[in-house]
Design a binder for this molecule. Structure first.
Ligand code: HEM
Length: 459
């Protein structure tokens, strides 16, 4: 094959492509549908989830209108963040990465595009309608959105389960976490369909106890397991360590997921004290296990010297995210023990702080860091030989500020001046919103530059 682009030398052995012809061979086709998940997650985060995070605290202290709708806005914020931001990101990266980890064929767009449409469509409808809808039309729209979202989640669980069942090399830590996460996606699907039906009998609000258990199940189970699993395969290597062995991971993994099982079991018809004790024990177990999983699967110190110099700054997100995850673990452990001892749901301020140490700290930090480290769209930026520019550095510091203020505000909530507290939370929301906006711009620029960069590389 001689020609202008032919770089062969005398003595080279010519191999006719494809070099491997087994029907089992996975062709190297560039699959870009993960970008649809990534872009919708960012649009929902910037347009709804993090925007509500600014509106809620300001409305709560009458700094802006909307005080009477704060409980509805809060649930809409929770679901925009969990299903729209974290869920869509995890689904998109999971559907892309798990087949590769498992040595299977990429999932086709005829499957992935309906899934992203169902997940994103349902959460957008829910977040826009729930805060403002009153009466039966709102309930009907929310029940329909719940059913569509539930189907999307079931689809994600099915795709991941089929892929995992056909994994070539079994028993790796990432696989165990992925199985656990996949099971929680299936549970999430059922609860997403059921919650709006229960909300229809409760003025459009999902009953508090159900909503609380669901948010923990999604944050720790459906999202958290993938955060630990994907990290366990790559992060220790970035930092020059060996990935953890399955036998080391199994005890914290079982404790962590048993904790989530107990939280969900607390929803059954027990006496109120038994229910609270089950929930408290569950939160404490999951919190304790997070303290072990963050340093084992991720990294909480060190230099990512195995990465290219340009990519190293993104590893700071990984360290900060895991430290925030450990902080969330301590807060959850304390709140869980307190709830268990009291036999009633207590420590709301610590639960709120823990939720945001995981949500803004572990999950959001990790999404921004891992996307820059492993998403193909950033492959070209990782190879550049210039340092990160100011707009590229800013999201990290803005998120650090947001985590400190949001978690701190949760911890001191019961003893602080309400006006100052809510303005501090709004400031945290604004910092996180700006970080996400800057990151969204970086993704848009990377998508725009991709063809140009590929042409340059091919040349
Ligand atoms: C700095 C950014 C954020 C701010 C300022 C913020 C603010 C708030 C506020 C004010 C509440 C209501 C708390 C209450 O009244 O008890 C709340 C609840 C919540 N937030 Fe955030 N939030 C942020 C980011 C996130 C993220 C990234 C996630 C998840 C990935 C998240 C998940 C939740 C959940 C699940 C709830 C409870 C919702 C419910 O009760 O149904 N938040 N947040």
């Amino acid at each position: 094959m001689a020609g202008a682009g032919d770089r062969s030398r005398k003595g080279d052995i010519a191999l006719a492509p494809p070099t491997v012809k087994s029907p089992e061979t996975v062709p190297a086709v560039e699959d870009r549908t993960y970008l649809a998940f990534m872009v919708s997650a960012l649009v929902i985060a910037v347009g709804l989830g993090f925007a509500f995070a600014i509106v809620i605290p300001l409305a709560a202290v009458d700094a802006i209108p909307g005080a009477s709708r704060v409980p509805w806005l809060t649930q809409a914020h929770g679901w925009a963040q969990l299903q729209g931001w974290a869920g869509l990101f995890v689904a998109g990266m999971g559907i892309r990465i798990i087949p590769r980890f498992a040595g299977r064929r990429p999932i086709g767009r005829s499957i992935t595009l309906p899934l992203v449409t169902a997940l994103a469509g349902s959460v957008i409808i829910r977040s826009v309608v729930q805060p403002w809808a009153r009466g039966s039309w709102g309930d009907e729209v929310l029940v329909a959105a719940g059913a569509v979202g539930g189907l999307g989640m079931l689809g994600v669980a099915a795709v991941l389960a089929v892929t995992l069942a056909r994994t070539r090399r079994r028993g790796n830590p990432w696989e165990l976490f992925a199985w656990a996460g996949t099971a929680w996606w299936a549970v999430w699907a059922i609860f997403t369909a059921v919650a709006p039906i229960r909300a229809a009998d409760n003025f459009g609000l999902t009953p508090g106890v159900l909503d609380d258990a669901m948010t923990w199940m999604v944050l720790l189970g459906a999202v958290g397991n993938f955060v630990w699993g994907v990290q366990s395969r790559s992060v220790p290597v970035f930092f020059g360590r060996k990935p953890p062995k399955a036998r080391v991971i199994i005890a914290p993994l079982v404790l962590y997921n048993s904790g989530i099982v107990l939280v969900m079991l607390s929803l059954a018809e027990w006496a109120p004290a038994t229910s609270a004790r089950l929930e408290g024990a569950g939160l404490a177990l999951a919190g304790f296990a997070s303290l072990v999983l963050a340093p084992l699967c991720g990294s909480i110190w060190g230099q990512a010297h195995r990465l290219r110099p340009r990519a190293r700054s993104a590893s700071r997100f990984v360290i900060a995210g895991n430290i925030a995850g450990m902080t969330g673990g301590v807060l959850l452990l304390v709140a869980g023990i307190h709830t268990f001892a009291e036999g009633s749901i207590v420590s709301f301020h610590l639960r709120d702080a823990a939720r945001h140490a995981f949500g803004v700290g572990l999950v959001t930090m990790l999404i921004l860091g891992m996307a820059q480290l492993i998403a193909p769209v950033f492959a070209m930026s990782r190879a550049e030989d210039r340092g990160p520019s100011l707009p590229e550095r800013l999201p990290f510091w803005l998120l650090i500020g947001a985590v400190v203020l949001r978690v701190g505000a949760g911890i001191v909530r019961e003893t602080s001046d309400m006006d100052l507290l809510h303005h501090t939370i709004a400031l945290a929301g604004t910092m996180a919103w700006l970080a996400l906006l800057l990151f969204a711009i970086a993704v848009a620029q990377a998508i725009r530059r991709e063809p140009q960069m590929k042409a340059l590389l091919a040349g």
